[in-house]
Design a protein around this ligand. Sequence first.
Ligand code: AMP
Length: 305
Amino acid sequence: MSVVIVGSVAFDSIETPDRQVEKALGGSAVYASLAASYQSSVRLVGVVGEDFTQEYIDIIDRKNIDITGLEIVDGGKTFFWKGRYGSDPNERETLVTDLNVFENFQPVLPEEWKKSKWVFLANIDPGLQLDLLGQCENDPFVGCDTMNFWIEGKPKVLAKVLERVNVLFINDSEARQLSGETGLIMAAREILKMGPEIVVVKKGEHGAFLLTEDFLFITPAYPLENFLDPTGAGDTFAGGFFGCLAAAGDVKTKNLRRAMIYGTVLASFACENFSVENIRDLSLDTIKERFNRMVDFIRVDKEEI
Ligand code: AMP
């Protein structure tokens, strides 16, 4: 199954209490595409500037990721994001967001991609998400991720996007911000009223839950011994989840449960190194092994009555 993914392709500079990196490969679409590519083939839509390096293109341009939809703007500058983490990795401060080539970007869906059945709108300007949706011809199943930057900056357009979304991925503080509710289940219920039929709330090291009108699934995060940098974990989770669901081909609860654990496992790899270092070359066996260990961590028999 092919998944269209639109989102940011970025240079990221990151500060953690012990280390920092400058202009590493990042962006919501990059993390999501790499994560999804282990289960589905990916059709990437995005934009970079002339300053984007061939080394980074080579990381994205792989067997399961078609980059026909990645525009390179002559003389343009690539999206740049800088963030800082303190001792609590769940709390991040954005220091710089330079949209650069994204400011004038108009995504163009290649003709043969317009009939794609699975579309993931990774975190990016909701106006671009809406624009891309307008080019889809086959009533796709739509996943979407967003963040505080857009909830504050473009609430009206975001509301329009949400009306057309099947599954929304959002982190805990942003779920509260979007819904105005403090309790997370109540927040997710409010968000269900905005359009999505499935809401996945990501809670960083505290795991994630998925809510529909009549189904709830919760998972802890994978317990990491060597946590380094959470940047991109949310995008990796969403890409892994979406690729897994697209490969399954439907949204039966069995597949939703599996996608939640799959996303959790992929996100854990992302946190073990900076940038995409630990998710760019995973083997399926490595993923499966951690998936099975995760299932063992949380499995319990039901009480017999
Ligand atoms: P996450 O840690 O999952 O929230 O994702 C971090 C990634 O999102 C980084 O690689 C950034 O380049 C990218 N990012 C940060 N801010 C934005 C934004 N406003 N729009 C799109 N992508 C962003």
